[in-house]
Write a protein that binds this ligand. Structure first.
Ligand SMILES: [Mg+2]
Ligand SMILES: [Zn+2]
Length: 203
């Protein structure tokens, strides 16, 4: 019981978390490039996105990339090239990501080990793994009502819905930031910080 007591006394902070898709959301995807991002040299982060991510970071959010990279399972891209493209994305975004998670599986793979998984969006495996991992490191927890998911595809929206997380389309998110001078970030932050404060008081 001593362990349980220590664990309860340790406390844990409710923390907002921003889940972002990568291709077509944070970095140019097929629509902009005319092909998939396959290696570091292909990576081009959208204008203004690093600055917006920095605002979330400064407001106390965790930032996690959630990306389907099924090209690995289909042998269209190597795991090494994909990892290097992740690192380049991390650099171009000013090192703000707390975690970059990606699914390397695809249902069309002939190998069941690569075809069947818990993590390909719209499944929520990557979100759960990231949240549990960060919770261990930072002594935080991430209630879904404080989180926000940004993506450009129906599977992103479905993933957010499956996880009980608010969703916003990537173009809306990026456009809004540019037009409104980041109002949305601040509004969301205030809503979420308020909610976090209420949770803290009741503990
Ligand atoms: Mg995408
Ligand atoms: Zn997967």
């Amino acid at each position: 019981m001593k362990v349980v007591k220590e664990w309860m006394e340790r406390g844990s902070r409710p923390t907002p978390i921003l889940f972002v898709d990568l291709d077509g959301t944070i970095r140019h995807g097929k629509e902009e490039l005319g092909r998939f991002v396959n290696r570091a040299a292909d990576v081009k982060v959208f204008d203004g996105v690093p600055e917006v991510l920095a605002l979330y970071k400064a407001a106390g959010w965790r930032i996690v990339a959630i990306s389907n990279q099924g090209g690995i399972a289909l042998n269209l891209v190597t795991a090494e090239d994909c990892a290097e493209a992740m690192l380049e994305t991390y650099r171009q975004c000013g090192n703000v990501f707390d975690k970059m998670s990606y699914c390397s599986h695809h249902p069309d793979s002939p190998d069941p080990e690569y075809a069947i998984c818990w993590c390909r969006k719209p499944r929520i495996g990557l979100l759960i793994i990231a949240a549990l991992g960060l919770a261990e490191i930072y002594n935080e927890y991430y209630p879904p009502h404080l989180a926000l998911f940004i993506g450009d595809r129906p599977e992103d929206k479905q993933c957010a819905e499956n996880a009980g997380i608010e969703f916003m389309g990537a173009k809306t998110w990026r456009g809004y930031q540019l037009e409104r001078g980041h109002d949305l970030v601040i509004a969301d932050r205030e809503k979420r910080v308020r909610a976090a404060g209420i949770l803290r008081k009741s503990n």
